[in-house]
Design a protein around this ligand. Structure first.
Ligand code: ZN
Length: 304
């Protein structure tokens, strides 16, 4: 699945070829993506693509009359091709520009999206609910700690929540937690502010390094047969369950969290003793609630 670094590298890869160019045609080969591609997308013909931005994993193609939003879903990729390049299987959508270049979306599993947001209809409804971009100053020291706010959520699930911070997908959550020596099941209410700040810096470094590494694949965006965007990189834990930890040679273990795989080193990432006090209190409350209910019921029975 393309994660934030891949989408950012994609943005960098396609921008020089199509920015400030005028659209000459739009072709929808299969409108049935995650949501149907709306007819309004044809309205960009004769318009200039002013710039390409990214928010989270959305690519935002800005035109004077609105924004064309692309999402690559599970398996999507975009390429820059010469116009009239024959389409292959799973090529669902394409935009051709007056310099002869064509942006084409290929998506075998069709979980991706192509949507149109006219100027008057602000994208904010969709995007403001998202947490900050991890590579900006909005994602600063103190942010994770304040979002954690004594919640009893495993830190891995917490990091992958787009309302906390966007774009930290499964690969980079696994990798960042390994480097920070935090067990993925650690509840966020047991992580100190200092540790969260260290994790914040690590997330930024891991994502920036991935984007830098992906920079070497920029030329692939113009190769018809290339699979751009999904770059091989050095990973410490992701996809390596059963292999040895680079740090201590222990065997890496795997657990499932929110239906996603978490791989960690049992030696380097020790699960701290979770605060049991809160649990006991709530259990007590439940018992109390039951007793109260029972008493009330009895009373009711007595009355009748
Ligand atoms: Zn280890």
């Amino acid at each position: 699945m393309p994660e934030l670094p891949e989408v950012e590298v994609c943005r960098l890869g396609i921008t020089p070829h199509i920015a400030m160019q005028t659209v000459t045609s739009v072709v929808v080969r299969n409108a049935k993506l995650r949501w149907p591609i709306p007819d309004e997308v044809h309205g960009i013909v004769d318009q200039v693509l002013e710039k390409i931005e990214r928010r989270s994993k959305y690519l935002l193609l800005r035109f004077s009359s609105g924004t064309l939003l692309l999402h690559l879903g599970m398996s999507g990729s975009v390429r820059i091709l010469e116009q009239d390049t024959p389409a292959i299987k799973h090529d669902h959508f394409e935009v051709t520009f007056d310099n002869g270049k064509m942006l084409r979306l290929n998506d075998p599993r069709r979980f991706g999206a192509v949507l149109w947001f006219p100027e008057h209809l602000d994208l904010q409804g969709l995007l403001t609910k998202l947490g900050p971009e991890p590579l900006t100053d909005d994602f600063d020291h103190g942010h994770l700690f304040s979002k954690a706010n004594n919640r009893k959520v495993p830190v891995k699930t917490f990091l992958m929540d787009n309302h906390v911070v966007v774009g930290v997908g499964n690969i980079y959550a696994n990798e960042s937690l390994f480097i920070a020596s935090i067990h993925p099941a650690t509840l966020v209410n047991s992580i100190s502010e200092a540790k969260f700040n260290e994790l914040t810096d690590i997330i930024k470094q891991v994502l920036a390094a991935a984007i830098e590494q992906g920079g070497t694949t920029l030329k692939d965006f113009t190769q018809a047969d290339g699979k751009p965007g999904y770059f091989a990189q050095k990973l410490f834990v992701y996809g390596r369950a059963g292999e040895k930890c680079d740090g201590c040679q222990s065997v890496l273990e795997e657990i499932r969290q929110s239906n996603r795989s978490s791989v960690f080193c049992p030696q380097c990432q020790v699960l701290p003793k979770q605060k049991p006090a809160a649990k006991k209190a709530s259990a007590k409350k439940k018992i109390k609630a039951k007793v109260v209910k029972k008493t009330t019921n009895n009373k009711a029975t007595d009355k009748s």
